[in-house]
Design a protein around this ligand. Structure first.
Ligand code: PNS
Length: 163
């Protein structure tokens, strides 16, 4: 039974989304009444995939999660949360290595917006090593990435690295 709460925002780059991200979102949407997946992007920074491509990856991969919305934002994550009335930020923790960066971001976000809480979900044990950069590295070396990313992402990565 989902806890009745306002929208939770799972902010990230998702460049591209992995099964680690998808697993976290599928668990979050069972816990929160609505989850907004927010692609944080900087128009001046070059990403592997466009915002539109990343939105399509997420929407395709999360089509069976009716209480999930996929969106994109520029600027501060907390300002985006305020703009949609969200009071919770979700982030994933894979290993101790993630903690320092996430701790700093959570404290900065709390200083910027004390009314918004950051909550951490622990990554699934079989996905602890997954990250967008690791998957891109494997794809660039021509190895199979279908165990790590949704089919639409695997297809796009293979096309990108076969160019
Ligand atoms: O998947 P990532 O790269 O860890 O996502 C990081 C992201 C996009 C959530 C974060 O960099 C972000 O929200 N950036 C926007 C600026 C911001 O709010 N920074 C944190 C407080 S200074």
């Amino acid at each position: 039974m989902p806890v009745e709460t306002r929208t939770a925002v799972y902010g990230g780059s998702f460049d591209p989304p992995t099964y680690g991200h998808i697993d976290l979102i599928q668990r979050a949407c069972k816990t929160f009444s609505h989850v907004t997946v927010g692609i944080g992007y900087n128009p001046n920074k070059r990403a592997t995939f466009t915002v539109e491509e990343r939105l399509e990856f997420l929407r395709t991969s999360l089509a069976d999660c009716p209480n999930v919305t996929c969106d994109a934002y520029t600027g501060l994550l907390v300002d985006y949360c305020r703009s949609i009335g969200a009071r919770v930020i979700i982030r994933g923790l894979r290993a101790v290595a993630d903690f320092e960066y996430e701790f700093q971001m959570a404290l900065a976000n709390r200083d910027l917006a004390p009314e918004i809480e950051t909550m951490f979900l622990i990554a699934a044990t079989d996905k602890l090593f997954l990250s967008s950069s690791v998957v891109k590295e494997i794809a660039s070396c021509g190895r199979d990435i279908t165990p790590y990313v949704p089919p639409c992402v695997a297809q796009a990565l293979n096309a990108r690295y076969s160019e």
